[in-house]
Design a protein around this ligand. Sequence first.
Ligand SMILES: [Zn+2]
Length: 216
Amino acid sequence: LMAESNPGGELRAIARIAEDAALPSEHASFRELVGDGQIVITLDPKEGHRYQGIVGLDHDTLGGCLEAYFGQSEQLPTRLWLAADGERAGGLLLQRLPDASQNQDVDAWERSVHLADTIKQEELLGLEQREVLYRLYHEETVRVFDPKALSFGCTCSRERMSYALYTLGKDELRDILREQGAIDTQCHFCHTKYHYTAADIEILLEDPGAPPPVIH
Ligand SMILES: [Zn+2]
């Protein structure tokens, strides 16, 4: 499983399963689904250093694993409530801000978490965000930011695909050309097709261009 997003609210994700893998039962738990996997979270800011955090998938929920990530890597107390039913997904994230210790309201964090713990899966899936906030925090002072629309967005390009092909190596590329006459590839995320003739490949081998920035 791999998912990627950017500050503009564009997302892309992919799920793959080995051809011969047994399909998990519909009622499989999170632990049964993910086995002994890991979550690798990569933050790749436009400026500054790329950061990667790795946590084991050893909690009973995805939310629990992400909470462990925030605790370890960002050292920010964070709680997550996630829900999905195969068609819809919803979630709530609470995060204690770094300067919260200066806040006069000493039990604000415990109170916020305790209230959020009362949220039900159906509410996360079915209610508008404002309704969820009202249900949980109508006795608190809440500031609501403008919602941000999310959309599918793919970062693939001919340059990136070319560089990925180049990394296969000259021999491998020439073998494929000998067998198939040309090379056709497709982006796994958005299904854009990229076609390379033998001449394109020869040009590519001479000048692969600069490696694209690594996103994942
Ligand atoms: Zn694409």
